[in-house]
Structure formats: C-alpha cells, structure tokens
Design a protein around this ligand. Structure first.
Ligand code: GLU
Length: 331
C-alpha cells in the first residue's frame, strides 16, 4: 500500500502557500536575497522513513537550528556537569541576540540564544583549538546526523561576518566574564561558519529524528548521542528553542523545536518523528511565518502535542505495574 503521508504533506503546504506575511532576515544581507517564495516540508520517522513535499531540493543555511546539535556535541564531549559551568538551562524570555547574562552566575541563560551558543561553540574540540578545527568537528558531526556530507556556504558566512557586530559584542562580554577562554573573534568566525552549513528539509528532519529517537540516526542506525543527552537537548529546546515565543509555541504546537533566521524550523516528536519546514519570511521573533502555521497544523492533525493524554498502554495500570516491579527489584 502506498503511503498517504506525501500527499497529506503536499496538501498542507498548498493550504499555506499563499500566506505572504513576514519578511526575509535582512541583518544578514545574503539572506535578504534568498527567494522568499520557497516552501518545503519534510518528515522523517524514527524508523527511518523519509517523506518530503515542496522545494525539498532547496539548500538553505542551518543558522540557529545548529544550536541544539552543537550543544549535543559538547554534551557528548564533556558531560552535562562540566557543560553546566558554561551555560544555564533557563528560558531567557528575550530575543535570540540579546546582550545579557544571568545576573547571579554571569553565564548565558541557555544554549539556544546566541550568548549560550557562542559559549558552547568555543568548547567544541577545546577552547585552545583553532577556528578551522572546531568548524570541521561541527561539520563532521552534523554530516553524521544528516547522513550525508554537509558543506559551509562561504557567501552567507562572509555576508554575516560583515555585520556581526552584535555577536562580536556578545563574545567580548563572554570573554570579559571569563565564560570563554578562546579569542572572541575566532569564536564568532567559527560559530558563523557553523550557522552557514547548508541543509535541505530532509537533512534537518533527519537530524531532528535523531533527537526524537533518543540519539540513534534512524537511517544509518548509528548512535550519535546518549539517550540522556538527547533528552536533555529536547528539554532545552522545549523551554527555550523558540526564544521569546517559546511559551506560545509550546502551548500551541507542543513539541521541542528550534528555528533559524534562514526560515527553517525543526521539531522533534519523541519516539515518532523529526520534522522540518522551510519558508524564508520571518515574524518579529525571527521564526518563519508559514513554518509556524504549518507546524501548528501538523501538530493538530497528527496529535503531536507531547502533553496530550498518552495513548492506551500508558495509563494508570502502568504506574501500578512499574511500582510493583520496582518493589520486587528492591526486595
Ligand atoms: N547566525 C545567526 C545569528 O547569530 C543565527 C540566528 C538565528 O538563526 O536565530 O544571528
């Protein structure tokens, strides 16, 4: 029997194709030039089935959708206790590029905002590593997550660096408070290259499906993150992935997610699937306008909200069984 999923995904895309709200990011000049009509959607199940619709060959820069995976690389490298010395776990309620640190700890509030992502980026390989070594480590890890070799778009990279004064200011603030040891300029160049990796919706949905499956890349079968680290990344995405719109996103869509200013949004439905939407025009929070609407529609249609009642088989009787088993183990 042929799957109904591709036709369903195409139907959803068509429903929102004519929505024309928002505008391309323009603080990165190269992103302002991107064709804003592009629209694509992908869903990859934790069993490795891949479904796409629309402009699924379109390449776009990963931008902040890189942050959960860079965080993952560092969690794998150092473990959560060490990483906690560099970045917090609390939602900031502020814009992605806000110049602030937690008042008590002087650490970035979380790894999804730029301050946290810069602090995380400098830990990749080691603070003493060169920018090129860090970028190659990120590229290689992300390639394993996507299941193909990714490359950096040096045109977008150069364009972002020309106007990266705000990220430079954040990196200097981090250096001032001793959060980063590395040279602030090198951290910004490496982070900007990390954000400039080119992906398709299929790549992003596969990377998200790896989180949804607890760390196993569903197509290659390779374990890339421990189950505990995958869960930690999803938790941080749920609290902070959508920046100052995280609360309304979670209430409505109800899945851990991360957006990027290129117009991509990735979401992970634990145990089920990863999804990715791409549409370049953004709202005031930096999220794809059509992407948010499409994700909301999918979540409603496919019952993705993680706080919806659990399906049959996870009811009160299971608490009874689990408690009994635990007691028996202790006895
Ligand atoms: N490279 C972008 C920046 O640092 C990423 C922001 C985003 O995608 O939200 O400004």
């Amino acid at each position: 029997m042929t799957s109904a999923i591709p036709a369903y995904l195409s139907q959803v895309l068509e429903r929102y194709r004519t929505e024309d709200g928002g505008a391309n990011a323009d603080y990165i000049p190269a992103l302002a030039q991107v064709d804003s009509q592009q629209l694509a959607l992908a869903l990859v199940t934790t069993e490795g089935d891949i479904y796409t619709a629309g402009d699924d060959q379109a390449l776009f820069t990963i931008q902040s959708m890189s942050k959960p995976f860079a965080y993952g690389a560092v969690l794998e490298q150092l473990g959560p206790e060490q990483v906690a010395n560099y970045v917090g776990l609390e939602p900031s309620g502020e814009a992605f590029n806000h110049l602030s640190l937690d008042e008590a700890t002087h650490l970035p509030k979380n790894p999804m905002i730029n301050a946290g992502a810069l602090a995380i980026h400098q830990l990749i390989v080691s603070p003493k590593a060169s920018s090129a070594e860090r970028v190659e480590a990120v590229r290689s890890f992300f390639s394993a997550l996507a299941g193909r070799q990714l490359s950096v778009d040096y045109h977008v990279y150069a364009s972002e660096l020309e106007t990266a004064h705000r990220n430079m200011a954040i990196a200097h603030m981090l250096k001032n408070f001793g959060v980063i040891e590395a040279d602030p300029y090198n951290v910004v160049t490496g982070y900007t290259a990390q954000c400039s990796l080119l992906v398709t919706v299929k790549d992003i949905a596969t990377m998200a499906a790896t989180l949804a499956s607890g760390g196993v890349q569903p197509v290659t079968g390779q374990r890339l993150l421990s189950p505990a680290n995958a869960r930690m990344i999803l938790s941080v995405m749920a609290a902070s992935g959508m920046y100052d719109a995280a609360g309304s996103w979670f209430t409505d869509v109800g899945i851990p997610a991360k957006s990027g200013v290129s117009g991509g949004i990735l979401g992970a439905v634990p145990g089920q699937a990863g999804l990715a939407v791409f549409s370049p025009r953004l709202d005031k929070h930096g999220h794809s306008v059509r992407g948010v609407k499409i994700a909301s529609r999918l979540a409603a249609d496919l019952n993705f909200h993680v706080l919806a009642p659990r399906p049959v088989g996870c009811g009160p009787a299971d608490i009874e069984d689990q408690a009994r088993q635990l007691l028996e183990q202790e006895a």
